[in-house]
Design a protein around this ligand. Structure first.
Ligand SMILES: [Zn+2]
Length: 254
């Protein structure tokens, strides 16, 4: 890996932990980045729970989803491979089973933007259903053909709902895709709450797209606080009661 790929690996490890803390990833799900060293390759962790992913776990995957020798890889790596192949503008992908989003993949209510921070949803949210092309399966994206079908359903959207499974959110950077995954989940939560209360005023396309331009300039600020939050939580977790009684170590890791 080049120095830029190693920086991306660090960002991906952080993104994994940020997405866990926001309830987007749990023991499942993953986040990848297009490799800087080879644009048809991508960076993705070896098969590991997102909360435990370290920069050293990030492996360079080929365009066919292959990586390493004898490595245990994510079963659904093909969705990353095929979205990068179909969408040259996409530089990072989050695949999650985030719980508030899943209902919108199994009902006819559209996941429309209702908060300005999810204005990007005004581009339209795609739907993918494995049954249409593959019949009855375990719903996982287990090969290139299924990955290509999902990429086809995603089209030019930034988010695709996967029936009975989860979703994908894509972006122009690791930070951007992370932002979109977190605010897709938040928008789904707000929309479900609002739908239970009464009729809903959604953002118009013009409002959503205008808000997205504004918010896209703020991602660095969000990333800074999300990263600090993760680092503090991990620092705090290292403190045992014994260590605390002996006095807290000075300073937090940067
Ligand atoms: Zn999945």
């Amino acid at each position: 890996m080049t120095a830029t790929d190693l920086e991306l690996a660090y960002d991906l490890a952080l993104a994994n932990r940020i997405l866990v803390r926001h309830g987007v990833l749990d023991a499942f799900g993953h986040v990848s980045a297009r490799a800087a060293s080879a644009p048809d390759h991508f960076l993705l962790s070896r098969n590991k729970a997102p909360a435990l992913v370290e920069p050293a776990d990030i492996l360079l995957h080929g365009a066919d989803g292959s990586a390493g020798q004898g490595e245990r890889l994510y079963l659904e790596r093909f969705l990353h491979a095929e979205i990068y192949r179909a969408r040259p503008d996409v530089m990072a992908i989050v695949h999650s089973h985030s719980p508030a989003v899943i209902p919108f993949g199994i009902v006819e209510v559209d996941l429309e933007p209702v908060i300005h921070t999810a204005g990007f949803l005004a581009e339209g949210v795609s739907r993918f259903d494995t049954r249409a092309e593959f019949g009855e399966t375990d719903l996982l994206i287990r090969n290139s053909k299924m990955g290509a079908s999902l990429a086809g359903s995603l089209g030019a959207s930034s988010v695709a709902l996967m029936r009975g499974h989860g979703s994908v959110a894509v972006g122009a950077s690791v930070q951007h895709a992370t932002y979109r995954a977190i605010y897709t989940e938040m928008n789904a939560r707000v929309l479900s709450t609002a739908l239970a209360l009464g009729s809903v005023a959604t953002l118009s396309s013009a409002e959503g797209l205008a808000a997205d331009v504004t918010n896209s300039g703020q991602i660095e600020r969000l990333w800074a606080v999300w990263g600090a939050d993760v680092r503090f939580a991990e620092y705090y977790d290292t403190l045992s009661p014994v260590a605390a009684s002996e006095g807290f170590p000075a300073g937090m890791p940067s």
